[in-house]
Design a protein around this ligand. Structure first.
Ligand SMILES: Nc1ncnc2c1ncn2[C@@H]1O[C@H](COP(=O)(O)OP(=O)(O)OP(=O)(O)O)[C@@H](O)[C@H]1O
Length: 219
């Protein structure tokens, strides 16, 4: 679904922070992306969701060579990639419901068509009681789950999550992991960038490990 071939990345005139990355994120697969702080996990995620182009090599997303995509091709491809950012990026003046519904509203969908789906998804992530709450009154873990619901509302083919358990305690981290696994069983490919060894030990999943700018893969 997403293929990297000999991909390299440097920022401006700096050294290559990622080198010779060759791997594939397959349809319906589940994997962790890990490595020490500064190893390039966030940079790699940004290339996966087309926010950053490589300085070397080839990336194909859903069969399309990223280098040849024009600006107008991006939204339709991005829509198939759900992203949960480290800092959530919820809009402060919108309720949980409105934040989660936003991607559909932006696409011009009518509320009567999607309202029930949005409510059902918010319940699925365990925020049924927080539908009308603004982000300011949500706990870190609740914001995390609202951000996950927003990433999923458009039924992406792949979910990318950057440190999705970084702000939550161990029981909630396990619950979020169960959500991701359930999502994966229903057909979505999942990539979780994390430092959390305890989290990774709970699942026998593929690991993409970044170190010194290179990637080791443990299937
Ligand atoms: N916009 C940027 N401009 C210049 N250098 C950058 C930029 N973003 C990241 N870097 C550098 O690229 C390298 C990889 O950073 P990145 O944030 O991808 O690592 P990370 O593994 O996600 O780190 P962490 O786990 O601490 O979030 C670091 O050396 C960082 O300083």
């Amino acid at each position: 679904m997403i293929r990297f071939e000999n991909v390299g990345l440097r920022y401006d005139m700096g050294p290559e922070v990622l080198r010779d990355l060759t791997f594939e994120i397959r349809r319906q697969s589940f994997q962790f992306l890990t490595g020490p702080s500064g190893a390039g996990k966030t940079s790699l995620l940004r290339m996966l969701f087309l926010a950053l182009r490589p300085t070397r090599g080839l990336i194909t997303v859903l069969g399309r060579d990223v280098a040849t995509l024009s600006r107008k091709d991006l939204p339709s491809i991005r829509r198939r990639i759900g992203v949960v950012f480290q800092d959530f990026r919820l809009l402060d003046h919108m309720t949980t419901y409105e934040n989660v519904a936003l991607p559909l509203r932006v696409r011009g969908r009518q509320e009567h068509e999607y309202r029930q789906d949005v409510v059902d998804l918010i319940k699925w992530v365990g925020l049924g009681e927080r539908l009308d709450a603004l982000p300011i009154v949500l706990s870190g873990g609740e914001k995390q789950r609202a951000a996950i619901a927003r990433a999923l509302i458009d039924q992406p083919d792949i979910l990318l999550a950057d440190e999705p358990t970084g702000n939550v305690d161990a029981p909630l981290a396990r619950r979020l992991l169960r959500l991701f696994l359930e999502l994966n069983r229903s057909g979505t490919a999942v990539v979780i960038a994390t430092h959390d060894l305890g989290l990774m030990e709970q699942v026998d999943a593929r690991r993409l490990v970044l170190a010194d700018g290179r990637l080791e893969i443990y299937d």
